[in-house]
Design a protein around this ligand. Sequence first.
Ligand SMILES: *Cc1c(COP(=O)(O)O)cnc(C)c1O
Length: 349
Amino acid sequence: MNTTKNIFDYLRPHIAALKPYSSARDEFSGSEGIFLDANENPYQNSEKALNRYPDPLQKQLKAQIAILKACKAEQIFLGNGSDEAIDLLIRAFCEPQKDSILITPPTYGMYRVSADIHQIHIAHAPLAPETFEIEPEDLLIKAKASKAKIVFLCSPNNPTGNCPLTLQQIAYIAQKLDALLVIDEAYADFALMPSAIKLLEEHENLLVLQTFSKAWGLAALRLGMAFANPKLIAILNKIKPPYNINALTQQYAQKALAAIENKDKQVSEIKQRRAYLAEALRQKSNVVKVFDSEANFLLVRVDDADAVYQKMLAHKIILRNRSRELHCENCLRITIGTEQEVEMLLRCW
Ligand SMILES: *Cc1c(COP(=O)(O)O)cnc(C)c1O
């Protein structure tokens, strides 16, 4: 147990002192009775009975997720997409115009956008060119120099597709870092590397993000998960909008979790197709490099990214042009689609 760090020391003082809104459903959370406490309409107007407010802490859904992830329900926060958790973390820990976060470009764009919205400085510890790896000591030096309050690492990383650190390196960084360490595992289901969730017991300053948007195929649902020690989860619960996860989302996610074999089957098909597409693209004369991927997409360096992008667009195939990102000159990011979609891509290439 790392006893030198106390997560509350990093918190903005007014958030530490904040008395949260207490909703009617917080004060009484039983499911039986005559509910005259929340000014709801007593009539069930649809077959889904949407007249009642949803569970503000999503207890049933979290119980299911806790079993799947081998953690405690108190270690889980659910947000309206992972993006809500990213936003709440910045709001809880970073003082506008004063504090910094540290990111590792090229990486997911929302860390910067969220920081910009809150006027938080952004320090950079770029990934190594070509390998897209992170050197732990370099990261620690830059985190210290920038006095970053939060370090965001993405593993597997978007848009490069690789895992920039081993689990041991993540544990080492969490141990040494005097800040909150966020590991964004949006693509974890497609990777060989185990989740950093197993490090949570030992590191109070660690938080792991996952989502229902990618492997679970539920991007439209808007449901993101954050895993951390219960004290940190309690901070997020304190500042979130009281009913941030609607009742339909909670029910639908529970159904998806109960049919996990569907997700597993699709993930395994996507991984096989990822290997197939990588090999097929390596045969193309205008492909310079297909980077190894642990996610559901490939980063591909071509001779002229703008030209290939436009050519595919003419065939109504839309790729993500990442050529203007650091270390991604002439790179396109290609999501692994269905078998037919992948064949069409290869035929039009
Ligand atoms: C897609 C993605 C997410 C998912 O965000 P949601 O808000 O949960 O849809 C999070 N992080 C990364 C790196 C992503 O690529």
